[in-house]
Design a protein around this ligand. Structure first.
Ligand SMILES: CC(C)(COP(=O)(O)OP(=O)(O)OC[C@H]1O[C@@H](n2cnc3c(N)ncnc32)[C@H](O)[C@@H]1OP(=O)(O)O)[C@@H](O)C(=O)NCCC(=O)NCCS
Length: 273
């Protein structure tokens, strides 16, 4: 019998649900996204707020949270294999738990083990369920990804690059000839073999001269040395047809030239009242 005909019960998540919840989360992993590990799921759910939809097995799961004063709520993550009945059941339960909040956001954090905030556009059942319940969508950028079984070849004329570690992130910087920075990038290793290029920026007076391309190449080579074989790049780029004045076209250009392909468009959601 398909899950649509099943009786679904919602229960608070416990450790006994871990394997089934990982299954439903990882069923939604898209190319360029890392799968969720048991440890990151446990980290994300220790503060409570996670619940599961159970039929003949675990059909879905979600996590919610509230601000300290209780006025703002968030549906942090929700996965139900895009089965309309399961997704609707989870979302309605989430809204019941967040009853009384002035504003409820959805998918505004990184999710469990997710690379970036936002619901991927391909999850249309979840999107429909949110919109039907009064949520408004806000574009949240997109990500790009590439595999690199071999380290990318170094480019001629590579500038001097310094690496500093800060928390889980590594910063790669190109110092200026008389102090200051010409360019900087932030990378991190998210999961075994999976790295993320979170941000890359060239000083506005030095763009268009190849520095971004050089720094991106250095980031990829650096991540490869750390064991990374799949890289995701984050781009807060809502419009690829016109420069928004901040070099977003330049960013898309250097990523695609370095072998990245465009992943899903992401959106966050808000419901007021
Ligand atoms: C993205 C960024 C790092 C690129 O740095 P850069 O030093 O200019 O990069 P490069 O010079 O190596 O390459 C940029 C390419 O984009 C092209 N480009 C830049 N703006 C463009 C535009 N408006 N239209 C078309 N092409 C454009 C450049 O001509 C160049 O291509 P070319 O080498 O074929 O001439 C820089 O634009 C930047 O700091 N942007 C603001 C921060 C940002 O948005 N970062 C991305 C988020 S992760």
């Amino acid at each position: 019998m398909g899950s649509l005909q099943q009786t679904i019960v919602i229960r608070s998540m416990t450790r006994s649900h871990l394997a089934g919840v990982l299954d439903v989360i990882n069923a939604d992993v898209l190319p360029g996204q890392a799968s969720c590990s048991a440890s990151s799921l446990l980290r994300a759910t220790t503060s409570g707020g996670a619940f599961v939809a159970i039929g003949d097995r675990i059909l879905g799961a979600a996590g919610v949270g509230r601000s300290r004063d209780g006025a703002a709520g968030v549906v942090r993550w929700l996965h139900g294999r895009e089965e309309p009945g399961v997704v609707a059941g989870l979302l309605d339960h989430a809204l019941t738990r967040l009853d009384g909040c002035d504003v409820v956001e959805a998918f505004t954090g990184g999710g469990v083990g997710a690379v970036a905030a936002g619901l991927p556009e391909v999850r249309s059942t979840t999107r429909e369920a949110l919109v039907t319940r009064g949520f408004a969508a806000m574009p949240a950028g997109r990500y790009l990804y590439r595999s690199m079984p071999l380290a990318p070849a170094s480019l001629p004329g590579q500038p001097r690059i310094q690496v500093t570690a800060r928390g889980g992130h590594r910063k790669l910087t190109v110092p200026g000839p008389v102090g200051g920075l010409l360019a900087e990038a932030t990378v991190s290793v998210l999961a075994p073999e999976h790295g993320v290029l979170r941000w890359i920026e060239v000083d506005s007076g030095h763009r268009g001269a190849g520095l971004g391309t050089q720094l991106l190449n250095a980031c990829l080579r650096y991540l490869h040395r750390l064991g990374v074989r799949h890289v995701t790049g984050l781009l807060d780029d809502h419009n690829l047809t016109a420069d928004d004045g901040h070099g977003r076209i330049g960013a898309h250009m250097i990523f695609t030239r370095a072998g990245f392909v465009t992943g899903a468009q992401l959106a966050t959601y808000t419901k007021v009242g």
